[in-house]
Design a protein around this ligand. Structure first.
Ligand SMILES: Cc1cc2nc3c(=O)[nH]c(=O)nc-3n(C[C@H](O)[C@H](O)[C@H](O)COP(=O)(O)O)c2cc1C
Length: 193
């Protein structure tokens, strides 16, 4: 199992770590990797983008995994351009049908509740369709019915709200959703063996 993330300030990184716990609960072997950064160093500095220790994924290694969980730090209601660049480099894999039959899920982070808890998932679907990768949604969990506190996450996948300045950190409820998604996704992958 490969987990690909793009996280500028650590929110998606934290959710990815919860997803990993869930995957492990399901008995799945999984790794967290970052997609390559595409912004110039100078822009990264201005944006105060953090550096994380996770290894950077290569397109060629995608064939080695049964499934992928993609973690999106929302950009303008969509997945980050870094993901688009990564997927745009998979032409050879598409041509040979190398990713056909694999499975994918997504989780996301946005500043606000209406800012991208569903649209990054929705707008990324063509990548999966064109590759013949089956999308596995998170589906319902009782936490999604909680309206007494601010929360990210949707039927598409777990999520967190970072606030405009990035100061809000993933809540217990959001982390539990991420772990739940990881476990459900892991169980799904196991059924494919
Ligand atoms: C260029 C840019 C565009 C963004 N667009 C959105 C957006 O459309 N909606 C939203 O809620 N947040 C938006 N954000 C906020 C990010 O989604 C937020 O910083 C991110 O989810 C935090 O996750 P991270 O710490 O893992 O990077 C944007 C941030 C940047 C830098």
């Amino acid at each position: 199992m490969g987990k690909k993330i793009y996280s500028a300030y650590g929110h998606i990184k934290q959710l990815a770590e919860e997803e990993l716990k869930g995957l492990k609960k399901a008995g799945v072997e999984a790794v967290i990797k970052m997609v390559p950064e595409t912004l110039p160093e100078e822009v990264q500095k201005k944006m105060h983008i953090a550096k994380f220790d996770y290894p950077v994924a290569t397109v060629d290694e995608l064939v080695n995994y049964d499934g992928f969980l993609f973690g999106f730090a929302t950009r303008y209601g969509s997945a980050p351009a870094q993901f688009k660049a990564f997927m745009d480099a998979t032409g050879q894999l598409w041509f040979t049908g190398a990713l056909k039959g694999k499975v994918a899920g997504v989780f996301q982070s946005s500043a606000g509740a209406g800012g991208g808890q569903e649209s990054p998932a929705l707008t990324f679907m063509p990548h999966f369709a064109h590759h013949g990768i089956a999308f596995v949604p998170m589906g319902h969990h009782p936490h999604l019915s909680v309206l007494t506190e601010a929360r990210g996450g949707s039927f598409w996948g777990a999520g967190t709200l970072a606030s405009t300045d990035g100061s809000r950190q993933p809540s217990t409820l959001e982390k539990e959703l991420a772990e739940y998604q990881g476990e459900q996704f892991g169980k799904f992958v196991n059924r494919l063996q």
